[in-house]
Every structure is written in C-alpha cells, then in structure tokens.
Ligand binder design. Structure first.
Ligand code: GLN
Length: 305
C-alpha cells in the first residue's frame, strides 16, 4: 500500500507548479502550492500517507458532505429532500442561474453552494452558534479528531467576501425555498467551510463512507447505511462540481473536492482516500489531487464502472 501511495504521489507531483489557489476568498490565496499529500485509510482503520499529510487546510466544499450527513441525521431523508434536489447541474458550484430558470424553486443538489446552504437550514438548534456546534460535534466523530475546530481567519475572510453566497440565499428565501435568517444560515455554512482538517482526516471520512457509515476505528455507526448510499450517490454525480462526469470516467469513485485543495474519496467496501494540494484547475478541483486519484484508481482497479 505504501509503495502505491508513493507512486501516486510521484505521478501527481509532475503537476506541481500548474494551477493556482482559490483567490476569491483572499485568505485561501496565501496557501503554499508546493504542498502535496496523499493518504489512504483502510477498513481496519489504518491510515497510510505520503507527503504533507499533517498540514491543516480548510475543508471548504468537502464540508458539504458533513452538512448533508448532519442534516440527514437531524431531519431525515424527507426533511432534507423537501428542500434540495438530487440532480447534477453541469454548472459551476456557485452558479445562481438555475435558481431562476429551474423547474422547481429547490436548489438542484446538496453539493453546490445553493444546495448546501439549503441543507444547513435542516440543522436545528437555538441560533447559529448551537447549530454550528452540532455540526462541529458531528464532524469531530466523522473525522476522528475530537479537537477539530474551524479557522477563524478563513471564516472572517469568507464572511467578508461571501456576497455571492448571500445572493444565493436571499434568492432562495425570496422564492420560499428556505425560511429563516439568511445571516444565521450563512454563519453555519461559512464556519463549516472553514473546518480545519488534514489529509489523513479526510481519508478517514472517506473510509467511514466506504465502510457503510461505520467508523473503521471504533466500530460505531456514525451514519445510517441508507444515508451513506444517498451521500455516495450524490458524491458520484455531483461531487466534483461541473467536472463530475469527467471524474466518473477517469477515476470512477464517489468523491468530493473543496477549493481549499482537498479531495475526499470513498471506495465502497474498500478504502477512503484523501489528497491535498491547494493549486486548483479552472473548475476549482485540486490538480495534483486529480492526478493522484487517477493513478490510484488505475493501479488498484478502484473504478466502480
Ligand atoms: N466556501 C466556498 C464557497 O462557498 C466553498 C466552495 C468550494 O469549495 N467549492 O464558495
């Protein structure tokens, strides 16, 4: 296993120097694009890594998986999917266009920004602090890190510059797709995006999903098996933004990327994969991460297709 990860790392490293970090959130533009890590957590809970696997970065859109798991936990399938659809869009993750032109007022799926904001409205609590606290508690078990926290600077940076997300939320509220306070929903969403993780931890989250919701370390059921099926399906069809089709073809595993540079993959009944490099392609996916995923998929015959 270690040798294959080493080879995936080497193959991915040929793309170092290409792409650029996200700069629409100013704090993310400071990331060191020379960092690269690849981790695999197997279903016995052992994690194998090569590279900068201890470097912490913000989850960004990978948190959409945590938000969805938490919302399903608290509000159930019917509660969540009354507010969000399950169809891929083929549009960029922060696109607003379908909220206006789509056949329903619900956002298309939970893996785009509009959908994830709608999902946060399904996490109950007495105000945004308590609602985020519930997400944080849940994230701590899903990532097997009881100290997990969010990055205050990235949170501040994102809140200050998050007008596009505000526009999505206000548009949804105007159309009665969501109710309640937009600033409060966005506080939960931005804090979730700012959760600080490392590559090993996201590979563990992948392993929980690969292991049908059971923690491969404690043996505890963290996500109901039916919810895991829902989450993995949506990762497969929508998890890599408007590159999900190409990713299915080239890699063929349920995965979710984030503009912080992480990619989390869940290979059902086999393993969780984490990759990290903050230089992104034009669609917002980590370039070296894509390369590493491609290599692992080929070398270990991981494609579901
Ligand atoms: N926090 C980011 C945003 O809302 C997440 C986007 C992403 O990782 N694609 O724009």
């Amino acid at each position: 296993m270690q040798r294959i990860i080493q080879e995936a790392y080497r193959y991915a490293s040929y793309s170092l120097g290409e792409g650029a970090p996200a700069d629409y959130i100013p704090e993310l533009a400071k990331a060191d694009t020379g960092r690269l890590a690849v981790s695999i957590t197997d279903l016995a809970g052992r994690t194998h890594s090569v590279g900068d696997s201890q470097i912490r970065f913000t989850m960004q859109s990978i948190s959409k998986v945590v938000l969805l798991a938490a919302a399903l936990h608290f509000s159930g399938f019917d509660g969540v999917f009354a507010r969000v659809g399950v169809e891929p869009t083929g549009d960029p993750f922060n696109s607003i266009v379908r909220l206006e032109t789509g056949s329903s007022n619900r956002p298309s799926n939970p893996m785009i920004n509009a959908g994830a904001i709608a999902v946060t409205t399904c996490i109950p609590g007495d105000g945004p602090a308590q609602r985020f606290e519930r997400v944080l508690e849940y994230a701590r078990s899903l990532l097997d890190n009881p100290e997990l926290d969010f990055d205050r600077e990235v949170y501040r940076s994102e809140s200050e510059t998050g007008d596009r997300n505000r526009a999505l939320a206000y548009m949804m509220r105007a159309d009665h797709a969501i109710t309640g306070s937009v600033p409060e929903h966005l506080e939960v969403y931005f804090k979730a995006c700012s959760l600080l993780v490392n590559c090993e931890e996201i590979s563990f989250l992948g392993a929980v999903l690969a292991n049908n919701g059971v923690s491969p370390r404690s043996g505890r059921m963290l996500i109901e098996p039916f919810h895991v099926k829902v989450i993995r399906s949506l990762m497969c069809t929508c998890g890599m933004y408007d590159a999900s089709g190409e990713f299915a073809l080239r890699v063929g595993i349920p995965a979710k990327s984030g503009v912080g540079g992480g990619i989390m993959g869940a290979v059902p009944n086999r393993m969780g994969i984490g990759t990290y490099c903050p230089a992104l392609d034009s669609k917002g996916n980590s370039l070296c991460g894509l390369r590493a995923m491609e290599y692992l998929s080929q070398a270990l015959n991981l494609s579901l297709f």
